[in-house]
Ligand binder design. Structure first.
Ligand code: AMP
Length: 525
């Protein structure tokens, strides 16, 4: 469904267009019309399906920017989600002047939040405990609230927020709309719905029976800032003749094509904003081999018809299980073998697990290839070609030239072969150590254990370390692993792909006002 039909407010439509959304995701197409009618609603949807915009768009259309009163309350389970959703709703409200959206969560100084609230905020997105706190202090006034959203309701219950949620719901004014989103529908959620929602409509994205083609599927857990680097390593390593890369937005397609071209790949983009003549040009280039990488959105890829795509890359995790199946079905056609690769950032792993469950398929995790791995694979390919030449060509003349040269210079044949191999491999093949390689730090598999020179004696708590590590590096808090705190120092485990960034970010950070030093732990410690 088009956003033109869902965003009655043209300012929101403008924002959605700028964000590069090409079509409404299934949960958006179903829930926005119901929410716009003012009805209560229960939406069954996971993270990554576009549910923030599914409640954000109708919520904003009901907000009056001329009133500075609080008009919408979104409750969500974690600080990270509060910040993330607030950013998304702010982006949607970009052209609606006068609308303020504020995330409020425990752990942040309450006085700072009170100051922001006093300035007039129409939408708050917060964790239940802290929202109650503000209600009790009368720093949040609910009389004008028209919309309440429970986001990831099942997660909030798992975290023990049921009482808090019910308290907030009880304090709502008589006339208000409640939208409840949850990935699963256990009994307590249904009880909340029964007690607090009025004749709610239930929205569920109906899953069709999906058959996934039998192709090898892999995923890589990546740091968002390293996505392009990881993608180019995969392209180098597998060197597919034709690849199709999927992004979730038009904007991302343009950015990625630009980046890939800058790295020397023959890549072109395909999305809904392009004229038919432009699309034809791109598709012709792809069919006749001038372009070997096509970057596309789901919508744009629908119309294309090429059979021999060797690899499909999901640069973004698709928003719907069905998209995943359509995407990877582009490879492995006509009896050919194919591969599908998915880059996963943080919590998107849950979406991927969901895809695996519904599509009854196995997507295997793989470590990000190091520069060394790529060197090995490239060398193997060149040597295979060389073997073919030995088998099929007459090399007498070349052997004469080499013999003469080797005699003269006193090199061994092996040295000469190695240097010719290096030449063939081009630049960047010296086998430089991958930046992410920290050796054994004594951490769990997939993690790196970091040493921080601050501990209990500095009156630091585990929460301070967690907050600093996640906050400074932009990593989600729940990705941080074990934290062991001693008197003078602390160990914290972080996912391998984030370790370099954490070390980097912490160089300028302070914990409890003190500069700290962070380094990979010595595995034997
Ligand atoms: P959410 O499920 O709300 O966490 O959204 C996941 C991601 O999808 C966010 O980065 C959104 O900006 C993005 N997104 C939401 N709706 C769309 C859409 N219709 N098309 C493309 N991306 C979207």
């Amino acid at each position: 469904m088009n956003f033109e039909e869902l965003c009655l407010d043209t300012r929101i439509l403008r924002a959605v267009t700028e964000m590069g959304f090409e079509q409404a995701s299934p949960i958006q197409a179903k829930s926005i019309p119901i929410a716009l009618e003012g009805k209560d609603m229960i939406g069954q949807a996971q993270t990554g399906t576009g549910k923030t915009a599914a409640f954000g768009i109708p919520l904003l259309q009901r907000v009056d920017p001329h009133s500075k009163k609080l008009q919408a309350v979104v409750l969500c389970p974690t600080r990270e989600l509060a910040i993330q959703s607030a950013n998304e709703v702010r982006r949607l409200a970009k052209f609606m002047h006068g609308i303020k959206v504020l995330p409020i969560y425990g752990g942040q100084e309450i006085s700072k939040q009170i100051r922001s609230l006093k300035g007039g905020v129409q939408v708050i997105i917060g964790t239940p405990g802290r929202v109650i706190d503000h209600i009790n202090r009368h720093t949040l006034k609910l009389e004008q609230v028209g919309t309440v959203v429970l986001d990831e309701a099942d997660e909030m219950l798992n975290m023990g927020f049921r009482e808090d949620i019910e308290l907030v719901l009880e304090k709502m004014p008589e006339q208000h709309q409640t939208l409840l989103f949850s990935a699963t529908m256990p009994k307590p959620i249904l009880e909340i719905a029964k007690n607090y929602l009025v004749e709610p409509e239930t929205v569920k994205v109906v899953k069709k029976e999906l058959t996934v083609p039998k192709i090898d599927q892999f995923y890589y857990e990546v740091n968002p800032r390293k996505k392009n680097e990881v993608l180019s390593r995969l392209l180098d390593m597998y060197d597919p003749e034709l690849s199709l890369i999927f992004c979730n937005t038009k904007r991302k397609v343009d950015e990625l094509v630009e980046d890939l071209k800058g790295r020397g790949y023959f890549a072109e983009g395909l999305h809904g904003d392009m004229k038919q003549s432009q699309r034809d040009r791109v598709m012709n280039g792809f069919r006749n081999g001038r372009t070997d990488i096509l970057v596309a959105t789901d919508v744009a890829a629908r119309g294309i018809d090429v059979d021999d795509v060797e690899a499909v890359f999901n640069y973004d995790v698709p928003q719907d299980d069905e998209y995943y199946v359509h995407r990877i079905g582009r490879t492995g056609r006509a009896g050919r073998s194919g591969r599908a690769f998915t880059l996963v950032v943080g919590r998107e792993i849950y979406k991927l697990k969901d895809i695996q469950r519904y599509c009854k398929t196995k997507i295997k995790r793989q470590p990000i290839p190091s520069v060394d791995d790529i060197t090995d694979i490239k060398a193997e390919k060149i040597l295979e070609k060389a073997s073919d030449i030995i088998e099929s060509e007459n090399l007498a003349k070349m052997i004469d030239i080499l013999e003469e040269h080797l005699d003269e210079k006193e090199y061994s044949a092996l040295e000469m072969a190695a240097s010719l191999l290096m030449m063939q491999m081009g630049e960047n093949s010296s086998g430089e150590m991958a930046k992410e390689d920290f050796g054994d730090t004594g951490a769990e598999p997939g993690m790196v254990r970091l040493f921080i020179n601050i501990g209990k004696k500095n009156r630091v708590r585990i929460g301070d370390v967690l907050g600093a590590v996640a906050g400074e590096s932009g990593m989600e808090g729940d990705l941080v692993g074990a934290i062991d705190m001693y008197d003078n120092y602390t160990f914290v485990e972080v996912p391998r792909e984030y370790a370099a960034d954490v070390i980097d970010a912490m160089k300028h950070a302070k914990i409890k006002g003190k500069h700290v030093s962070v380094e990979p732990a010595n595995g034997k410690r």
